[in-house]
Design a protein around this ligand. Sequence first.
Ligand SMILES: [Zn+2]
Length: 290
Amino acid sequence: MSDRLVKFMAHVDMAKITCIDSTELVETARKIHMLNPTPTAALGRMLTMTAMMGAMLKEDGEKISAQIMGDGPVKTILAVSDNKARVKGYVGEPLAEAEHIREGKLNVAGIIGNGHLNIIKDIGLKEPYIGNVELQTGEIAEDFAYYYAVSEQIPTAVALGVLVDKDGSVKRAGGYIIQILPETPEEIIKLIENRIASSKSITEMLEDNMSLEEIATYISDDLNTRVVEEIVPKYECDCSKDRMERALLSIGKNDLAELAQDGKAELVCHFCNKKYELSVREENGEFIVE
Ligand SMILES: [Zn+2]
C-alpha cells in the first residue's frame, strides 16, 4: 500500500475532483516530528490538503504554502507543497493536546483555537499571491472550503481525515477536493451535495478499501468520472547546506559577529530535523559562512 493522488473530471468536465491517500506521508511527518495524536491529525490534514493544492499548480518550480496561526496550544501549523505533491511541514508544539469533546475524536479545533489561515502561492510572479481568511471551525477542511469561497470565488467541497491508531501511528489519512464550474446546472450540484452529505468520512472509505477511483465516482455520483492525472505524493524536504548558509547570513551582523567568536553554528531544519554544522568567520568586515 502506498500513497496516491489522482485528479478526475466528472459530469462532462463540469466537476473537478482531486483525491488522495496520504497515509504514508502523514506517518512520515509524525515520526520526524514525534507528534502526539492531535497534532498528527492537525498537521496530517494540512499536509493532505496542501499536497492536493500543490498538485493543482501548473508549472515546475511553483509552490504553495498554507499556514495556520491560532491562539491554541499548537500555536502554528505550516505545510508546503510543490506541483508534484512533494510536501513538508511542521507544527509549533508537537505535544499539544486539548480535552476530547467527543469520545474517541481528536480535538483538532481545540489545539488550534481562533486564528487565521494564510495561503501563499509562489507561481513565478514578482510578488507571490497571498490569501488570508479567519478560521471558521479550526477543523481545517471547512476553513479551506471557506478560503476557496471567499478568496478565489470557487465553490469547493473539502474533506480531510487522519485516523490515528491506538499506538499513535497513522492508520489512514486522505482527502478530496471537489470544485464545480460556475455554469454547472443546479441538478448536478444537488447530486454532488447529497452524496457528500450522506457519504462516510474519507478515512472510513479508505478503511473499507475503496480505491480513489471508487471514492471519486461515489462522491460525484457520476459513473463516467475519468482520470486526468495520477501522481505519487510524498513527504520530502529540499533543504541543503547552501540554503542553510544563506539563511544564516540573513540573521543580521550583530548575531553573526557573536557566532564568529565561536567560529561555528549549528542549524536544524524545521521540516526534517536534519542538523547542519557551519563555520562562521569574519574577514575584513565580511562574514563568511561555510
Ligand atoms: Zn530539511
